[in-house]
Structures are given as structure tokens and as C-alpha cells.
Design a protein around this ligand. Structure first.
Ligand code: MN
Ligand code: MN
Length: 281
């Protein structure tokens, strides 16, 4: 009897350790890697150094070694991704193949541009590790301070509000061109020419009620918000909805095919519409 009681206490303790360990990740969706390119791989990224596919638990992206920034970053946002974790602020280099330029936490210093997140920190608060992934420098672009802190921040907030109201969103954020206006004026490159300053930054959002089997639920009536804004620190209107455009326009500018997992007939309709929902705050 003495031995049995000892074992019960021992196993309870092991059980407690296992459970308390689990709770650190409680709420983060699992097996999410594939879902971040669920609607497609816009540039057919794979192993090429200027179109290099990286799939993290929190998001997927195509890294461009000659530009030192991602071509695009893609992620799914549901309420399960949003929790209680705080902003980790641990900006750091990602481990890329040897010999490749990999931006680090100091690469943007004194450039006049922000380290602008693609997948936002506040979209990934279900665990500290998940939030920390958004601080890999491969998730950043040199973004004009006002563009980042005002217009773009408002758009990100709007997306999280939609999710809090029962929706989920498929996001693709990307950039193209060279040359933007930062705090110290116009620049084409920073970090001794290793990092391109994008000319324009865009975001595509596919919004649908939170649920399962999303490819079967997206149809010609699904809401798609496409926004494309020049990377400038002045004359940028805080109201992101004034910059709404079509996915087709962004496909034309980038040469990519967005939403390629949807039937062509559905893409044709969704990609030619400009979102016209009245935005209220
Ligand atoms: Mn199209
Ligand atoms: Mn398309």
C-alpha cells in the first residue's frame, strides 16, 4: 500500500509537469504550416535564393536574398492565434543558407525607416514562442515611419477587429519596386546596399466567417480587401481604405498569381472587385 501511494503521488506530479508545460502553447493552432499557403504560393517560391520559401509555424514567406527582404508573407488569422502573450521585441536574424545575406536587429539602424512587420506581432499572441517568430528580421521591410505607425497600423487593427467579430482572414502582404521616403528622405537601399527599400507595400485580405473547409466556402461573394500604398513618410493619408484597389492590379505590378488555389472563375470575379464596405470607427 505504501508503494502504491508513492506511485500515485509520483505520477500526479509528472502529470502536473506535463500539463503545466502544455499550457504555455495552449490556444495556438496546430499543423498550421500548410495553411499559411492554403490559398496559394503567389510566386511559386521554392529553393531559389531570390524566391526562397520559408514555412514557419506562424507564417510562410518568400525571401529575396538580393533585396534582403521578403517578396511576400502569408498567414491565416483566427481568434485562436490571439491570446495573452506580450510583444517579445526580440528582433533577430533568421538562420539562412550559408553565404546569404541575412538582416539582423541592427540592419535598419539610423536608416530613417522602421523595421516594419509583415505578419504583425499583435496577430500572434497565443504563445511567447509564436509571438517571437514575428521578430525574425526576414519578416520585416524598411517601412516609412508614418506609413507603418499610422496607416498600416490602422489596417492591421481593422483586421483584428473583424476577427474578434467572428471572422477569419487569409493575409498576403508584400512589396515591389525600389525607393521610398523615410525620416531622412528618399532612399533606394539601406544597410550598405544590402536591403532594398520598397517603392510600394500591399496587403490582400480574404475575409470569411470563422469555420472549416475554407476552400469550399470561398465563393464569388467572399469579401476581399486589397490595399496598395506607396512607401512614403509624407502625404500619406491615415485612412487606409482610400488606398483600396483590385488584386488584379497587384498581380499586374508584381507578376504573381494570388489566390491561385481558388477556381479560375472565382479568382476572376474576386480579383477584379474593389472592396467598397463603408469603414466606420
Ligand atoms: Mn487575376
Ligand atoms: Mn490570382
Amino acid at each position: 500500500m505504501y508503494k502504491l501511494r508513492y506511485l500515485i503521488i509520483l505520477f500526479s506530479f509528472i502529470g502536473f509537469l506535463a500539463c503545466s508545460n502544455d499550457t504555455s502553447e495552449l490556444g495556438c493552432p496546430e499543423g498550421a504550416e500548410s495553411s499559411h499557403t492554403y490559398l496559394g504560393n503567389p510566386s511559386n517560391a521554392s529553393g531559389d535564393e531570390d524566391n526562397y520559401l520559408i514555412q514557419l509555424p506562424s507564417f510562410a514567406l518568400s525571401y529575396n536574398e538580393s533585396r534582403g527582404i521578403p517578396n511576400w508573407v502569408s498567414w491565416n488569422l483566427t481568434s485562436q492565434w490571439m491570446g495573452e502573450s506580450f510583444r517579445q521585441d526580440d528582433f533577430r536574424a533568421y538562420d539562412l543558407p550559408s553565404g546569404w545575406f541575412s538582416p539582423d536587429e541592427d540592419s535598419y539602424r539610423n536608416s530613417g525607416f522602421n523595421r516594419g512587420h509583415n505578419c504583425p506581432s499583435a496577430d500572434r499572441t497565443c504563445s511567447d514562442n509564436t509571438n517571437s517568430e514575428t521578430f525574425y528580421m526576414i519578416n520585416m521591410v524598411p517601412q516609412s515611419p508614418d506609413h507603418n505607425q499610422e496607416t498600416w497600423a490602422n489596417l492591421e487593427q481593422y483586421g483584428r477587429d473583424l476577427v474578434r467579430r467572428g471572422n477569419e482572414i487569409y493575409y498576403i502582404m508584400g512589396n515591389y519596386g525600389v525607393g521610398g521616403f523615410g525620416f531622412f528622405g528618399y532612399k533606394k537601399y539601406i544597410a550598405d546596399g544590402k536591403i532594398a527599400v520598397p517603392e510600394s507595400i500591399y496587403k490582400i485580405m480574404v475575409v470569411l466567417p470563422q469555420g472549416e473547409n475554407d476552400l469550399n466556402r470561398i465563393d464569388e461573394n467572399t469579401r476581399v480587401i486589397a490595399v496598395n500604398i506607396q512607401n512614403t513618410n509624407f502625404a500619406t493619408d491615415d485612412n487606409w481604405w482610400h488606398y483600396r484597389t483590385t488584386v488584379d492590379e497587384i498581380e499586374e505590378k508584381t507578376g504573381y498569381d494570388f489566390l491561385s488555389q481558388l477556381p479560375t472563375s472565382v479568382q476572376d470575379i474576386l480579383e477584379s472587385k474593389v472592396d467598397n464596405v463603408n469603414i466606420e470607427f
